[in-house]
Design a protein around this ligand. Structure first.
Ligand SMILES: *Cc1c(COP(=O)(O)O)cnc(C)c1O
Length: 488
């Protein structure tokens, strides 16, 4: 029993604001409690516990939007009880999603006439979008192989080792082999030449990333397209390209309109983008757009008839909220091209302020590029005494959440810290963060070296082996700390 026996719904103390007046014992964590508690108590208890979560605005680990205008918040709250899938009942919401698909398809230069509707769908995020795009490629490839009387049981996909985890999920869930182009020191994106070398007759597509999660860098989709056209010509295959533009899809069109990465390149058949990243909507929305109707196999589409018209649906989820679709439409029409450009330019400038501030300290190497996603990825110049995980850990004391992580193979000996610059990360905060990072460095300088010493009798390792060992040790250490803190 959780509730203090002296408290009842009619008790005056119900209006108190402190959960401790209601709760004299710890809350049940495994079994649903026997009795009800007053709504105020439930609210207060949960609200109080949630205070211990990090502050989303200071969560610099995430690309996902944490601030929207109050007018949009109002629209979000007003539609929070609308199930998106009830297209019969909410035809206007469906219409708004279709308008978003059209606008985004035009932004990505899909070959459409002014009045033509684009092929695409709103998803829960880029992950669902990528599952759908991947399935379309797999099915198209299988159909072609069947027609040719060739085996179709060993599909593969070629990506860089820097892909986001959702590609690994796609590969495992839908039984497609993931062939990853390895990274190397100082080069943290997919090398198009190596990717094309890895393509074979079983390759359903090559996935390029516009805005690598690790350092924000854009991959060279144009070069990939050109090399792949040649290879296709030589071999008679028609291996297509998918662009994972989860974060870059709402950056490149505004900052680098001349950059050819999208449907202007003939082999790009589908593109995904996260509405909840630089699309500037709260968590829960992504988009996938196909070049033409022919690129989405008809057999994957389910048709729902309502109001005399045909509503095709192709998603993994059935029910979901409508708020994010409505919020996306709000942002597109509220900001327009001009507004998005201003927001993204501002993010880019704030990233520069941060980058220059970090460079001035003389302590860091910058691993991100200026013409990518507005983020700053950096590593310590000298990590002989303390490492990036400690910097990350200590920044928490100041409220900042800045992740440290190791690069994927073959660059796993490199550890970086990453700050994603979102719309709500102002110049003042950027300057403040530099000051706090300097404080952390000072703090670490004053501490004795914390690196583990090698066990006695250990064979002397090469610096690279030692570095890898230390990195593994710290990763484990940090994970365990997180587990015991219950933060994971
Ligand atoms: C964030 C991200 C994803 C996953 O997107 P969600 O919208 O979080 O599902 C996939 N790929 C890249 C490159 C990303 O940055």
């Amino acid at each position: 029993m959780v509730l203090s026996k002296t408290v009842s719904e009619t008790d005056a103390s119900i209006h108190s604001t402190f959960a401790s007046r209601y709760v004299r014992e710890s809350l049940p964590r495994f079994k649903m409690p026997e009795n009800s508690i007053p709504k105020e108590a439930a609210y207060q208890i949960i609200n109080d516990e949630l205070m211990l979560d990090g502050n989303p605005r200071l969560n610099l680990a995430s690309f996902v939007t944490t601030w929207m205008e109050p007018e949009c918040d109002k629209l979000v709250m007003a539609s929070i009880n609308k199930n998106y899938v009830d297209m019969d009942e909410y035809p206007v919401t469906t219409e708004l999603q279709n308008r978003c698909v059209n606008m985004i398809a035009h932004l990505f230069n899909a070959p459409l006439d002014e009045s033509e509707t684009a092929i695409g769908v709103g998803t829960v995020g880029s992950s669902e979008a990528i599952m759908l795009a991947g399935l379309a490629f797999k099915r198209k490839w299988q159909n072609k192989r069947k027609d040719q009387g060739k085996p179709y049981d060993k599909p593969n996909i070629v990506t860089g080792a820097n892909v986001q985890v959702c590609w690994e999920k796609f590969a495992r869930y839908f039984e497609v082999e993931l062939k990853e182009v390895k990274l190397r020191d100082g080069y943290y994106i997919m090398d198009p030449t190596k990717a094309v070398e890895m393509v074979d007759e079983n390759t359903i597509c090559v996935a390029a990333i516009l805005g690598s999660t690790l350092n924000g860098e854009f991959e060279d989709v144009k070069l990939l397209n050109d090399l792949l056209i040649e290879k296709n010509k030589e071999t008679g295959w028609d291996t297509p390209i998918h662009v994972d533009a989860a974060s870059g899809g709402f950056i490149a069109p505004f900052l680098y309109p001349e950059l050819e990465w999208d449907f202007r390149l003939p082999l790009v058949k589908s593109i995904n983008v996260s509405g909840h990243k630089y699309g500037l909507v709260y968590a829960g929305i992504g988009w996938v757009i196909w070049r033409t109707k022919e690129d989405l196999p008809e057999e994957l589409i389910f048709h729902i008839n309502y109001l005399g018209s045909d509503q095709p649906t192709f998603t993994l989820n059935f029910s979901k909220g409508s708020s994010q679709v409505i919020a996306q439409y709000y942002q597109l029409i509220r900001l327009g091209y001009e507004g998005y450009r201003n927001v993204i330019e501002n993010c880019q400038e704030n990233a520069m302020v941060l980058k220059e501030g970090l460079q001035r300290t003389g302590r860091f190497n910058i691993v991100s590029k200026d013409n990518g996603v507005p983020l700053v990825a950096f590593s310590l110049k000298d990590n002989s005494r303390h490492n990036e995980f400690e910097v990350s850990d200590n920044l928490r004391r100041f409220g900042w959440i800045v992740p440290a992580y190791t690069m994927p193979p073959d660059a796993q000996h490199v550890t970086v810290l990453r700050v994603v610059v979102r719309e709500d990360f102002s110049r003042t905060l950027a300057e403040r963060l530099v000051v706090d990072i300097e404080k952390v460095m000072q703090l670490l300088d004053d501490l004795p070296p914390s690196k583990p010493t090698l066990p006695e009798g250990a064979v002397k390792k090469t610096p690279l082996e030692t570095q890898r060992e230390i990195t593994t040790y710290w990763k484990k250490f940090v994970m365990e700390r997180k587990k015991t803190n219950g933060v994971c």
